[in-house]
Design a binder for this molecule. Structure first.
Ligand code: PGA
Length: 252
């Protein structure tokens, strides 16, 4: 069942990257063609300013490009925002929604995140929906309950294995170098899988559940080969081709 799911390793560049970063992305694409990556789908989510140029670089490669956020509306008077349709038009195949940095910095609630996921589907983008507990919630023994609540509120009805990927990212592990133990990852991913199966049946069985938070080449094998972990969402270590390809090699 879960073993048949093709993993996805997606890099989230966050607010990093200028036109000069195109060379690093080209190295990733060339490295993946040369066989330096494992048997997984590959994606980089650069800032929106680089979507068009990176998607052109990846045009003939098995490598896709995604965005980091979208507005819920298709168009209109929303100065500075980007619609899912615009991201698709710029070359995106996916969009991350509900990243903890957006939940924290922009006050995005589960309801907003669910609406953004629906906007992604409307534009025929894959929605990568992020969930994860804070350090205080983990210490209070609430990690499983918090993540279950976020899944219930952020993943809209109609989610399928084709249109949705879940990314479990404990907030305290993002950018800190700290990671949960493989046992903790196994527990949360098992509970997420159960939630998804209960709600979406067979689709929930084959939906990808990524782990994110301080993934790097040296811990990739131990974190990414845990049951019900179907890939990774990688921040800092996705900025360098060597590190990103080193992580994907966990699936070799
Ligand atoms: P990190 O970020 O790999 O730098 O911890 C992960 C993320 O925020 O997606």
């Amino acid at each position: 069942m879960a073993a048949a799911i093709k993993p996805l390793v997606a890099g989230n560049w966050k607010m990093n990257g200028l036109r000069a970063s195109e060379g690093e992305f080209r190295k990733m694409v060339e490295g993946s063609i040369a066989g330096a990556s494992g048997d997984c789908d590959l994606m980089i989510c650069p800032p929106a300013t680089l979507l068009a140029s990176l998607s052109a670089i990846a045009a003939d490669a098995p490598f896709s490009v995604g965005a980091q956020d979208c507005h819920v509306a298709q168009k209109g008077a929303h100065t500075g925002d980007l619609s899912a349709e615009m991201l698709k038009d710029a070359g995106a195949a996916a969009v991350i929604v509900g990243h903890s940095e957006r939940r924290a910095d922009h006050g995005e609630t589960d309801e907003v995140v669910a609406a953004k996921a629906q906007a992604a589907w409307r534009a025929e983008l894959l929605a990568i929906i992020c969930v994860g507990e804070t350090e205080a919630e983990r210490k209070a023994g609430e990690a499983v309950a918090v993540v279950a609540r976020q899944i219930a509120g952020s993943v809209p009805d109609g989610a399928t294995a084709e249109n949705t990927v879940i990314a479990y990212e404990p907030v305290w592990a993002i950018g800190t170098g700290l990671t949960p133990t493989p046992g903790d990852v196994a527990d949360i991913h098992k509970s997420v899988r159960e939630e998804l199966v209960q709600r979406f049946g067979a689709e929930g069985e084959s939906m990808r559940i990524l782990y994110g938070g301080s993934v790097k080449p040296s811990n990739a094998v131990e974190l990414l080969t845990v049951a019900n972990v179907n890939g990774a969402l990688v921040g800092g270590a996705s900025l360098k081709a060597e590190d990103f390809l080193g992580i994907t090699a966990a699936y070799s």
